[in-house]
Structure formats: structure tokens, C-alpha cells
Design a protein around this ligand. Structure first.
Ligand code: UFG
Length: 323
């Protein structure tokens, strides 16, 4: 089966490409390398450097790849940035994404697998969060992903493009080859590990007065190889709809820092900072639907396993990717 992967040079996309290739799929990666890295593209994949803003290019690329399925990861994904520059999010994640949907429909692609987010829910009425909770995003990033989810439903109904959308919680960890390297790093685990690597003197904790047991935000961390496994399961014919992907366990920021100390064996000083705008206090998935309906079985369900794989990768790649 031929799979066309947008954003396949990015953090989550690169690992999904690796898993697809290991499972015997033929993969074309389409990426403009604005956030991704050429070195993160598995050499077994065909690489096309291009941008979703160009409808003719994307239509040609999908056709040339003889794509039977599309994995769509290419997107901007920073909550804070989206509050400052909403146009960037609506343009890239919605308008340019529509170019891809049109290309998929024109090429009669069978399956569209979309990288969505728990940010589509906004602050939840209850945790753990099930897929049927109301979706009331509180930032343009979450709104842009929700808009794309809605477009997918119409394209399925009107064009027969079968979709599956995964709402990720906090993607983390690494495989042996591919790991997390954002040009501007805002995520908790890589920032904490920078201290252990000697690249920063201390890490920062954004908010210590949340209504949680230790006052810091609680998140559900999920290993990227487990995300990849879910995507491959989602390729099966007839599998459609929305699925949360998380472990169902919440860890506070302080607990993450402590786990990083345990895994690295290093003292990691942390300083308390004010809250970061747009951060809900607690986001934890109920992901039973993916387990029951897709047969998903996370292989790295513990925070220790997740942090250990990230630490192993960062030690091997202290400067991340060099391109
Ligand atoms: N945090 C710190 N210090 C840091 C970095 C983060 O205290 O240096 C805190 C944040 O305030 C938050 C928690 O650690 O409470 C996790 O922050 P991340 O930036 O690692 O992750 P988020 O939960 O903000 O974001 C993730 C994805 C987003 C997605 C969001 C909801 O990275 O793309 O989940 O789906 F939108």
C-alpha cells in the first residue's frame, strides 16, 4: 500500500514514517522543512520538498505517489503562537489543508488519517476525557484542528474519503533513530532534559498555583511509537471516526521533572514562573475507544519508559538534527 505523509520530516511524522516502512508500506514524504528536518526523513522513503500552499504541486505529488492513504501531520502546533498570530494557524492548518483534501478526493485516495489534538476540547468538563465531550477550543490552534475535523466529515459524506482522526494528548519520547527537535523548543520534556545535558542551568515551571495536588499542570504523556501504531491500525478499511490517544495517566509538571532526575541520574533545578496563557490545569485521556475498536496496545505506557527513550535519543543527538 502506498502512503503519502505530509509533515513526515517532523517529530511525530518521522516516527510514523519509520513504522510504516518497517511494516512494509511504501512511503512518500511531503514536507516543506519549515519545522521538519531532512535528516529526520527515513532514507527508505521518497522525499518531496513542497508546501501545501501550492494546490497544483500537491495534486501532482499525490497522484505521482499513487497514494492509497494519506497521513496528514503538516501543521503549526504551538498554542501560544496561535494566540498571537491566528492567521498563520487558519491559513496553514485549514486553508492549505483544504488543498490536500481536494487532492485526496481528486486522486480517489481511500483513507485519510489526520493528526488532531486534545486542544479541540478546550478545558474539559471532566477527566478522563472521552471523545464525546463538547469541543470548545480556547485558542486558534485547537479551533483550526477542529475546523479540519469538520471538513473531513463532509469529505467522507460527499466524496467517500474515509477518514480517521486521532486526538493526541502529549506526544513524547523517541525511537532509536528519530526524536524531538523543534527549532524553538517549548515542550516540557525536551526542555527539562536540556538541563540534564548541561545545555541549560535550570528548567522553568509555568504556574504553581493550579488546582492540582502540587499546584502544577497535569498532562497525559503518550509515546510517539504508540501514536504510530495507532495510525497504522487506523488504515484498516472501515475504521473511521475520532479517537483519543493517551495513556489515561496524568503527571504534573513537577512529577515530570522528578522522573527526568530519576532517569538521567542528575539534579535538575526548577524555578517557578507565572502561568503560561492558555494552559488548562488538567488534560487526561480516556483512550478505551482506540483500545477496543482498533486493538491499540501502547507499548510504552509509563512515564519512565517515555522519558528513558527521550533521554537516550538526546544523549546520542545532543544538538538534535544538524540541518
Ligand atoms: N511547561 C513548563 N515548562 C516548560 C514547558 C512546559 O512548565 O518549559 C508546562 C506547560 O505550561 C504545560 C506542561 O508543561 O503545563 C506541558 O507543556 P507542553 O508545552 O510540553 O505541552 P502542552 O500540554 O502545552 O501542549 C501539547 C502539545 C500541543 C497541543 C497541546 C494540547 O504540544 O501541540 O498539548 O493538545 F496543542
Amino acid at each position: 500500500m502506498n502512503v503519502f505523509v505530509t509533515g513526515g520530516a517532523g517529530y511525530i511524522g518521522s516516527v510514523c514514517v519509520e513504522s510504516l516502512l518497517d511494516a512494509g508500506y511504501t512511503v512518500t514524504v511531503f514536507d516543506n522543512l519549515s519545522e521538519g528536518h531532512r535528516a529526520a526523513v527515513d532514507p527508505r522513503a521518497t522525499f518531496v520538498q513542497g508546501c501545501l500552499s501550492d494546490p497544483a504541486l500537491i495534486t501532482r505529488a499525490v497522484a505521482a505517489a499513487r497514494a492509497e492513504a494519506i497521513f496528514h501531520f503538516a501543521a503549526h502546533a504551538l498554542v501560544g503562537e496561535s494566540m498571537k498570530n491566528p492567521a498563520k494557524y487558519f491559513r496553514n492548518n485549514v486553508a492549505y489543508g483544504l488543498n490536500l483534501l481536494e487532492a485526496a478526493a481528486a486522486a480517489r485516495v481511500r483513507k485519510f488519517v489526520f493528526s488532531s489534538t486534545c486542544a479541540t476540547y478546550g478545558p474539559p468538563e471532566r477527566v478522563p476525557m472521552t471523545e464525546d465531550l463538547p469541543q470548545r477550543p480556547i485558542n486558534p490552534y485547537g479551533e483550526s484542528k477542529l475546523m479540519f475535523e469538520k471538513m473531513l466529515q463532509w469529505y467522507q459524506q460527499l466524496h467517500g474519503l474515509e477518514f480517521i482522526a486521532f486526538r493526541y494528548f502529549n506526544a513524547a519520547g523517541a525511537t532509536e533513530k528519530y526524536g524531538e527537535h523543534h527549532r524553538v523548543e517549548t515542550h516540557l520534556i525536551p526542555n527539562v532534559l536540556k538541563v540534564a545535558l548541561g545545555q541549560a542551568a535550570q528548567c522553568e515551571i509555568f504556574g504553581t498555583d493550579y488546582p492540582t495536588p502540587d499546584g502544577t499542570c497535569i498532562r497525559d504523556y503518550i509515546h510517539i511509537a504508540d501514536l504510530a501504531q495507532a495510525h497504522i491500525l487506523g488504515l484498516a478499511p472501515g475504521k473511521t471516526g475520532f479517537y483519543n490517544l493517551g495513556n489515561g495517566d496524568g503527571y504534573s509538571v513537577r512529577e515530570v521533572v522528578q522522573m527526568c532526575e530519576k532517569v538521567t541520574g542528575k539534579k535538575i533545578p526548577a524555578v517557578a514562573k507565572p502561568r503560561r496563557p492558555g494552559d488548562p490545569p488538567r488534560l487526561v485521556a480516556a483512550a478505551n475507544k482506540a483500545v477496543v475498536e482498533l486493538g491499540w496496545q501502547p507499548r510504552y505506557p509509563t512515564l519512565e519508559a517515555i522519558v528513558s527513550t527521550a533521554w537516550a535519543w538526546h544523549q546520542r543527538h545532543p544538538a538534535g538534527y544538524t540541518d
